[in-house]
Design a protein around this ligand. Sequence first.
Ligand SMILES: [Fe+2]
Length: 398
Amino acid sequence: MQKMKHWTPILAATVLVGCTATTNYYGKDAAAESVTANAAPSIAPATAQDALRPYYRSLQRVMPQAPKGVSLASDTVVSRIAFGSCVNENRDMAFWDVVAAQKPQAFLFIGDNVYGDTGTTNAAEIPTLAASYRKLSSRQEFARFRLAIPMMTTWDDHDYGANDAGGSFAFKERAEQLFESYWGASDEVRSRPGVYSSRIVGPEGKRVQFILLDTRFFRSDLARIPYQAERPPLGYYIPNHDPDATVLGDAQWKWLAQELNKPADLRFIVSSTQVITSAHGYESWFNFPKERERFYGLLAQKNIENAILLTGDRHSGGFYRDRVEGLRRPLTEFTSSSLNFAFGNGDSGSREPDKKRLGGFWSVPNFGQIDIDWATRKVSMSLRKDDASVIETESVNF
Ligand SMILES: [Fe+2]
């Protein structure tokens, strides 16, 4: 695993020469950064983002774009979707045709959609990320898929720009520009920091809400175990109990509460990282226990009995279930990862015992398929190999 390198003050000094920092969100008010010939910078930038914003606005390079896609009509009665994560743009892409052949009405691409982490030079443009998007665009299987299946996207660390990175990643606004440009984000998403988004699709009585969280842009720093000679077998992060530590950040929490006020018959809440499990020390919401409690508390407060969590990141797939205080029904989480970059060749569940996991933990290339039967109000979920054969199934009534 590559460690995140932090941005250095030297770069700040470089990009600040001749620029006046602004507190505007990038690209919205170019006049505010006007520089007069003799004016010295009068305000020191408060953050790396403040310092970098004028530089990012000055970049003339053409942003990479995803191949032409199709959209999902708002009146669609959703009966089948698919989702997946963790695609290495240099590896085999045959799975795209396999997923398309299942004829999902939409595909949720939920993070690590490319592997574009910065290298050790930490160039502020994140050229590695732009190159990864361009490479993905060049893959004909992906271009075919785009023409066939509507997509909704969020990001995880490797398409955010740095391994396991969060809100302190100095180049995050460049990563956001690249994401929003590549995936053709809505004006609403472009108008605010971060890439979180939502949609409600379907007629009254059959409305499906898709909530795609951003677990990177605002996230507090991870807490690590102290150095030890032996590498821990299941990750090196420990819960961060700082009362101010956050996963979603204030604005996204407020937005999520408003989203959950909207009427919907079935909801899919996407988090790139796992939510329910406390069984490992890699990234998950267990890194921020207070935030996980806040999330469960919000579901209970809004009486959300019809939500299913979709998660990725782990290079393995499986199902999880937990009780949420205040809700009648247990909460189910479906993890699918990776589409073409698995770390094993079977069930690795014994390596990571977890009472909240319902079956195995499958370290094979996989995707998730979700079928909705509106007559019986039943959601059937299947974790599938990259040949579409079924690995495990679970179901939820709503
Ligand atoms: Fe990840």
